[in-house]
Design a protein around this ligand. Sequence first.
Ligand code: F6R
Length: 244
Amino acid sequence: MNITEVETKEELARAAADLIAAQIKEKPDSVLGLATGSTPLETYALLAKLCAEGKLDFSRVRTFNLDEYAGLDGSDPHSYTYFMNENLFSKINIKKENVHIPNGAAADLALECENYDKLIEKNGGIDLQLLGLGYDGHIGFNEPGDGFIKKTHTVTLDRSTIDANSRFFAGADEVPKTALTMGIKPIMNAKKILLIISGADKKEMLQKALYGPVTPRVPASVLQRHKDLTVIYTNEGSLILKGR
Ligand code: F6R
């Protein structure tokens, strides 16, 4: 585990963008696993800037997003598909056919999940997986539960996830209650994982995830078992990890 503490969100974004850019330069047809949410926004802006300046080429890059709300079509401004188009894909020279996001509006969600796993495998698995951390310890939308769910699956979102994500909607009632999420297997099979965390309110969960017992009650704790995990977090509010 390689842990870096930075002072500000800007430094976090810079460090994360540098790592992603290095991955693409080393392997121009890299398969990236991508996350939505607030934490990667500045990182995506920096990657878009590098691309606009001609310093980074996404023309051969392939991407797989972690998750999507069930029932939302990609044209819905609340969908993660829309979010990714707005914040990254429309600003870089990636090919449409190389972008993959679970289809939340698919008629058969179970089949959609099955096909998503197959497609990840067909592309040789993920080279670099970017992750954020949920308040309840989720990664992707793998919520706390009795066991780690390996395959991509539909999930009922936890109350805390719905509340946290209500900031993107008119209110908590508007947040879809179910989602499709990449399972733990394709995430853990990624050759490299980059976990980024910002905010003093995630301190306790980060501590548990990195140094507590590995348990499906804290889904991110499984990352302790990954052999190439990089964690970058901001130390706002004295976010000091014990056990390093
Ligand atoms: C989003 C995702 C989630 C978020 C997590 C943190 O695609 O997979 O696990 O990474 O909920 O979200 P933010 O960054 O908004 O705090």
